[in-house]
Each structure stands twice: as structure tokens, then as C-alpha cells.
Design a protein. Structure first.
Length: 500
């Protein structure tokens, strides 16, 4: 193939940033309150990507992320390579600006180090100036925590990345630029004698990509819009990173907000006009299809989704909805994910459970299937397959008070405090079932099951919804009522996602 089609990552890889080291490209993205966080993706052609690990195993402070905080945690990271190490900086809007670093992309990564404490500090990006040896950092602001937004603050940074050397100065004030609002997500570069800040504005669903340049880091900066929707169907194309290939080609990776599917990632060609400004896409409009980067051909690649859970282990594509605890998933000698039925007072609301194992909703029509066996004798214990967002729906098995196992299908709309039935329950004598969710256009989900006597549809269509900043998630869970003693487990096998 000589061309590629956008999006190159058709799932919620939010707020992407990218760096090249030799012949390899690495990308990271926001992970918010899920653990592990800071996903690490690898590519050699900028089109096909695989997930190779995570830089953050637990969110800190650990106790504060012991329960779900879906819209908090890791916001808009930046990834760089300096002094033979990988560096990732990110903002936690409730705590401040953090960094981790490692000698190799697969680690070992350091524990999070707080570079600057404060409420509302987000979207940091470092720059080590190879010409002078100076180091800098720029960041944005979250109005929800600080009362401030639409401005970028710059600092001199200690060259070892451990701290800042000044109190900071507003170097770009979006309120002084006519028509600009919600300026955020800056990425900082040095090119052609200029300091460059590539930063989006205008909001995630309808915004644009801006470029700023100055001869000095602290300004003054001049600005230009370099990517916007125009007549395309790519709304709000912005917030990402610039990377240069070994042959000297320039490319820009950014996101598009797609409702329940989250923020999918597009790849845009990038060139420089006679005045030295970057030109993204097709003269500033996003491309749907384009000639591939001038890089050696690679096999088709995409982040893994399917899982047989060998030895009870789950693949890198899965994350918990909060910091995990020992014993939620147990390893064993066979295949299949064995989830403990964790006792919880919140079992009526999946949005409150920390022990939901999730992965991203696919961005194209797909069928999700998994086999489930409930291995709990505890009345009320349940396990299932879920679509999880501000609203949620799930289908699975529950142990009745009479000892029988029932197929149940429940949902909760946005704002509802408790779930309710989406379909009548039915007895499943063997305690085993094949579950299926067909995800159609617009993230409209149809649930079905096969308890051994053929496929059966269940309940009405469920429209998946995002969280505030996060796309909808697929989830596997096992839970039991509050009580004492071990409540048993559930085993999931042969998890598959197939295109429709």
C-alpha cells in the first residue's frame, strides 16, 4: 500500500504526543484515572502502532486513586528523549506537574516526581535547548481548579528535570488574541532559530491547532492557525505532536473528538511555507487519505484487543478503573481470566467500582465476545461484560438466593444512582454463557448471549456515552454483596473483538 487512511489509531488514545529515537517512533497519551497509566506505543512507519507497555503502574498518592476518579489523574503527557533517557511529563489538575524517566522505553521507569505543585496546572512540555544547554518548561491551566485558562506559562527548568528555576511568566495570553479561547496542550520545540509552541484552542469538539514562534523563549510570540476543520468531516482537529523522520519529512499526530469513541488519532503531513511557518494537512485542512511517510515498509500493526488470558494474566491493553489491589485477578496454570468477586457496597453502580478491568471501545463497528463462568456460591454475586461511561450497560451472570444462576442484563442512564433491568432474567443451568455486544454506528450497542441453546438477543439498543474527557470503555468485572469471607470468582475466556 502506498497510502494510509485516517485515523491511524481508531480508539481513545487521547492527547497524543510523539518522539523519534533512531528509526523508532514512540507515542504516549492521557490515561486519566486508570491504572496502569501512560500507555507507550511503538511504530516504525507512523501508521501502524503497537502497545509495548505503560510508564506508570500506579497513580499517586496511591490511596487517593483507590476508588475511580475517571476524569482526574494523568492529563495530556509529553514524551521526549534527552541525555540517553526517555522523559514523560504530565499534569494532574489536582496536584501539579509530574515527570517520570527511563533508560529504555520498556523501563524501568522512575516513580513520579513532582516538578511543580499547584491546582489547575496541566499539559506540561519540557525543552532541552541543545545549542545553549538551557532547559525550559511550558504548561497550561485548568479553569475548573485554578480559575485561570487560555494562557500558557513558561519556566526555566533545572537541566535534570527535577524542578523549576523561576516563578514562571505568562508567555502566551489567549485573551489578547481575538477569537481565541481555551488555549491549552502546548508542545515546545526549537527549530530554525525560533522557539516554537504548537498548541490547540477552541475546545475539544470544535477547536483548531495553533502555532506560535518567538526568537526568545519568554516571547513575544506571534501566532497562526495551522490546522482546522474547514470543509472536512474531521471536527476539532488539534492537540498533538510534531515528529521528523530520518529522511527529513515532517509529520503531525493529533486527535479528533468522536463522542463515545473518545479521541482518535490522525496523522497529518507537515511542511514549511516560504515565511517559515508550518503547514499541516492539505493546506491547513485535515487529510482523510495521504501518501505514506517515506519510511521502510512495515507489516500492518494495531494495538492488541483479543485475549486468551494465558495463566490468568491479561494483556497490556487492559487497565483497572483505579489503582489495583492484590487478589483481584489470580494467576493459575490454565487459560482464562479469573476475577475475584470483590465484595462492595457499590455493586449496583459499575461507575463506582475500582475492580473493573477495561479496554478502549473500538472506533469502527465491531462485535465483542467473551465466555463467562460464574464460580461463586454467594447469593447476589455477579460478573459480566460491560460498556462503561457516564451511562453503562452490562450483561452477565448472577447467583440467586435459591442457588440458581441467572442471565441478567442491566443498565443505568447518565445521572442515575442505581442500575435497573434491561431484560428479564433467565436461569442458566450450567452457570456458563457466551456474551456478545455488537457495537454499530454511533456506538449503538446490541447485547446478546448464548447459554448453549443458540444466540438470543437481550434488551433494547444501548447508546454508549463518554465520560467528561474519556471515551466509553469495555469492561469485565466480578463483584459480590458486602459480607465476610471469600465470595468466589468468575472466569472469562476467549475475549474477542471482530470487525462487523
Amino acid at each position: 500500500m502506498t497510502t494510509y487512511t485516517n485515523p491511524v489509531l481508531n480508539a481513545d488514545w487521547s492527547d497524543p504526543d510523539v518522539v523519534r529515537v533512531g528509526d523508532d517512533f514512540y507515542l504516549t497519551a492521557s490515561s486519566f484515572g486508570r491504572a496502569p497509566g501512560l500507555p507507550l506505543l511503538h511504530s516504525r512507519d507512523l501508521v501502524g502502532w503497537t502497545l509495548v507497555g505503560h510508564a506508570l503502574q500506579h497513580l499517586e498518592p496511591v490511596a487517593e486513586f483507590g476508588t475511580p476518579r475517571h476524569d482526574c489523574g494523568v492529563w495530556a503527557p509529553s514524551i521526549r528523549h534527552h541525555d540517553d533517557r526517555f522523559w514523560i511529563f504530565w499534569g494532574d489538575p489536582d496536584q501539579g506537574l509530574f515527570q517520570v524517566n527511563a533508560p529504555e522505553i520498556r523501563g524501568p521507569w522512575t516513580r513520579p516526581h513532582l516538578v511543580k505543585a499547584g491546582k489547575g496546572l496541566i499539559d506540561p512540555c519540557p525543552l532541552w535547548d541543545e545549542e545553549t544547554g538551557d532547559a525550559y518548561l511550558v504548561h497550561g491551566w485548568a479553569k475548573s481548579r485554578s480559575g485561570v485558562k487560555n494562557r500558557l506559562t513558561g519556566h526555566r527548568m533545572h537541566p535534570d528535570g527535577t524542578g523549576l528555576l523561576d516563578e514562571g511568566k505568562v508567555i502566551v495570553d489567549g485573551d489578547r488574541i481575538p477569537g481565541w479561547f481555551t488555549l491549552e496542550g502546548p508542545k515546545l520545540y526549537r527549530h530554525d532559530g525560533w522557539f516554537w509552541i504548537l498548541a490547540p484552542a477552541g475546545g475539544v469538539e470544535s477547536g483548531w491547532q495553533g502555532a506560535f514562534r518567538s526568537r526568545g523563549f519568554f516571547g513575544p510570540y506571534e501566532e497562526r492557525i495551522v490546522l482546522e476543520q474547514r470543509g472536512t468531516d474531521v471536527n476539532g482537529p488539534h492537540q498533538g505532536g510534531w515528529v521528523r523522520t530520518p529522511s527529513g519529512e515532517d509529520w503531525f499526530l493529533h486527535f479528533q473528538q468522536r463522542g463515545a469513541y473518545g479521541r482518535v488519532v490522525h496523522l497529518q503531513p507537515m511542511r514549511w511555507d516560504p515565511d517559515g511557518w508550518p503547514v499541516l494537512g492539505d493546506h491547513g485542512a485535515p487529510v482523510a487519505e495521504h501518501e505514506r511517510p517515506d519510511l521502510p515498509p512495515q507489516p500492518a500493526a494495531a494495538p492488541a484487543t483479543d485475549d486468551d488470558f494465558p495463566g490468568g494474566r491479561f494483556g497490556r491493553q487492559w487497565s483497572w478503573t483505579a489503582n489495583p489491589q492484590d487478589g483481584w485477578a489470580t494467576q493459575h496454570s490454565g487459560d482464562g481470566l479469573r476475577l475475584t468477586c470483590v465484595r462492595s457496597p457499590d455493586m449496583h453502580d459499575l461507575r463506582r467500582l475500582p475492580n473493573v478491568l477495561t479496554q478502549r471501545l473500538p472506533g469502527t463497528p465491531s462485535a465483542v465476545e467473551v465466555e463467562l463462568r460464574l464460580r461463586s456460591e454467594e447469593p447476589g454475586a455477579r460478573a459480566g461484560l460491560a460498556v462503561l461511561g457516564d451511562a453503562f450497560g452490562w450483561i452477565g451472570l448472577q447467583r440467586g438466593t435459591d442457588g440458581t444462576v441467572h442471565l441478567v442484563h442491566r443498565f443505568a442512564e447518565t445521572g442515575a444512582e442505581r442500575e435497573r433491568d434491561a431484560a428479564p432474567a433467565r436461569i442458566v443451568p450450567e452457570g456458563r454463557v457466551r456474551l456478545r455486544i455488537e457495537i454499530g454506528p454511533g456506538a449503538r450497542c446490541r447485547f446478546s448471549y448464548d447459554a448453549g441453546d443458540g444466540p438470543c438477543a437481550s434488551g433494547p439498543v444501548f447508546a454508549a456515552t463518554p465520560w467528561r474527557w474519556v471515551g466509553a470503555l469495555l469492561g469485565l468485572f466480578a463483584v459480590a454483596p458486602v459480607g465476610t469471607g471469600h465470595a468466589g470468582a468468575a472466569t472469562f475466556t476467549h475475549f474477542r473483538i471482530n470487525s462487523l
